[in-house]
Design a protein. Structure first.
Ligand SMILES: Cc1ncc(COP(=O)(O)O)c(C=O)c1O
Length: 395
C-alpha cells in the first residue's frame, strides 16, 4: 500500500481503546479538529446574533453542499430518519399509501414510512449487492403504491437507473435513502441526486460524520426543497416566524455543527480516498477466499464510497470470534431482516418472503475501514480473515 495520505504521524490511533486492538469505531475520530471545534463553540456562543440553529452558518453549509453536488437545494435537518419522514410528508405520502422499501437495512427505512402514516412494503434484496432487487420491487407494486425507497447498502449503491425507470413507468415517487452514501457516485451522478430527494446522515460513523445528530436532504426539485424548508421548521417559511402554512416538525440544524462540517469538508475527499484504499487492499487479499466461504463485496468500483466494508461469511460468528481473538473488532449491522422485527412484522404482507435478506442477516460481517487505520492495522485485519480461512482449510 502507498503511505497513508490522511493520518499524520502524530495523529491518534486507538489510544482510547486497548493498546493492541483494531477498533471498529475510531475513538480519536475528531481529535485532529478538536481545537477548531472549541474555537467554533466560542465563536457561535459569543456571536452577538445569539443564533444557535438555522442561522447563517447552516445556510453557508447548505450552499457549500448544493454547489459541490450541483443540486437544486440542500436542506439541513436534525437526523437522517427525520429527513426521510420529511421527504415522504412533503410528497404528500400518508394514510393508505404504500412505499416499497428493502427487507434488509436499517429501522428508519420502515419507521419513517410508518411515521408518515403510510405502509412499508418489504422487497427482498439482491444476494450479491444486498441492495433492493428492482424486479422483486416491481412485483410488489399495487394500486396503492405511491413511492419507491431504495437504500444504498454498506459500500454499494442500489440499482438507481432501474429504479428511475420503474418509477417513471409506474408513475411512482422516488426517494433515495443515501444516508450512508455521501461521496458515492453511480455513472457519474452523486448519491442523493438519483431520486427526487435523497439524504445524507451525519451521525459520527458516516463518511462525513460529525460529533452529534444531523443530516441533509438533497434534491433536484426546487419546489420540493421549498416545502421541505417549511416542514422542517413547524411549517414556517424562512424569514417569516409564527406564521404556519403547514403542520411541520422541529427538524432544525445546529450552528456549531454547521460550522464544524464546513471546516471539515475540505478533508472529506482524502478521508474517502483512504477508505477506498483500505477497501481495495482487503478486496485484493480476499478475492481468493470466495471459494472457501468468505465473499468480499462485488468488485465493480462504480458507485463506491466505503462507509462500511462488509464480507459475507458462511461461518460468520466463527470468523468474528477468530478476529476478536486477534484484537480486531467487527460489527453485525442488521442481524435480522426488517419485517422479522416485532415492530415491523405487522406490516409484512402475508405470503412474502425475503430469503436473500435472511441470508445477508446471517452472513454479513463488517470489518474496520475508517480512515484512521494505519497500514499495519489494515494488514492485521486482512491477515486475520485470511488466517481464518487457512485454518478452516487445514481442519
Ligand atoms: C440507510 C440508512 N438510512 C437512514 C438512516 C438514519 O439516519 P440517522 O441515524 O441520521 O437518523 C441511517 C442511519 O444509520 C441509515 O443507515
Amino acid at each position: 500500500m502507498t503511505p497513508d495520505p490522511v493520518r499524520r504521524a502524530d495523529a491518534p490511533t486507538a489510544h482510547h481503546g486497548a493498546p493492541d486492538t483494531v477498533d471498529f469505531f475510531p475513538p480519536g475520530l475528531f481529535e485532529e479538529d478538536r481545537q477548531a471545534l472549541i474555537r467554533l463553540v466560542r465563536e457561535v456562543g459569543l456571536d452577538p446574533e445569539q443564533r444557535f440553529i438555522l442561522g447563517r452558518r447552516t445556510a453557508a453549509f447548505e450552499d457549500l453542499l448544493r454547489t459541490a453536488l450541483g443540486a437544486a437545494d440542500v436542506i439541513a435537518c436534525s437526523s437522517g430518519t427525520s429527513a426521510l419522514t420529511l421527504i415522504l410528508s412533503a410528497m404528500g405520502i400518508g394514510a393508505d399509501d404504500e412505499v416499497i422499501v428493502p427487507a434488509f437495512g436499517c429501522a428508519p427505512l420502515a419507521a419513517s414510512v410508518i411515521r408518515a402514516g403510510a405502509v412499508p412494503v418489504f422487497a427482498d434484496v439482491r444476494p450479491d449487492t444486498l441492495t433492493i432487487d428492482p424486479d422483486r420491487a416491481e412485483r410488489l407494486v399495487t394500486a396503492r403504491t405511491r413511492a419507491l425507497m431504495p437504500a444504498h447498502m454498506f459500500s454499494v449503491m442500489a440499482d438507481m437507473p432501474r429504479f428511475v425507470d420503474l418509477a417513471a413507468r409506474r408513475d411512482l415517487r422516488l426517494v433515495e435513502d443515501s444516508a450512508v452514501a455521501q461521496g458515492g457516485t453511480l455513472r457519474g451522478v452523486p448519491a442523493g441526486l438519483w431520486g427526487e430527494a435523497g439524504v445524507y446522515s451525519f451521525v459520527q460513523v458516516k463518511t462525513c460524520g460529525m460529533p452529534g445528530e444531523g443530516a441533509v436532504i438533497t434534491t433536484r426539485d426546487q419546489e420540493l426543497g421549498h416545502r421541505l424548508r417549511m416542514l422542517r421548521n413547524h411549517g414556517q417559511r424562512p424569514g417569516q416566524r409564527f406564521v404556519h402554512h403547514a403542520v411541520g416538525v422541529n427538524s432544525r440544524f445546529d450552528e456549531v455543527q454547521a460550522a464544524f462540517q464546513t471546516h471539515r469538508f475540505p478533508g472529506f475527499a482524502d478521508r474517502l480516498a483512504r477508505r477506498a484504499e483500505i477497501a481495495a487492499h482487503y478486496t485484493e487479499r480476499f478475492a481468493p477466499l470466495a471459494e472457501h466461504g468468505v465473499h468480499p463485496p462485488v468488485p465493480d468500483a462504480d458507485g463506491r464510497c466505503f462507509y462500511v466494508y462488509a464480507v459475507l461469511a458462511e461461518e460468520r460468528d466463527a470468523l468474528a470470534a477468530h478476529l476478536a481473538q486477534r484484537g480486531v473488532a467487527t460489527h453485525v449491522y442488521y442481524p435480522r431482516p426488517l419485517p422479522e422485527h416485532r415492530a415491523f412484522a405487522p406490516y409484512a404482507r402475508a405470503g412474502t418472503h425475503w430469503p436473500h435478506a435472511s441470508a445477508a442477516a446471517d452472513r454479513h460481517l463488517a470489518l474496520p475501514v475508517h480512515h484512521l487505520l494505519t497500514d499495519a492495522q489494515v494488514e492485521r485485519v486482512a491477515e486475520g480473515v485470511v488466517s481464518f480461512v487457512r485454518g478452516r482449510a487445514r481442519a
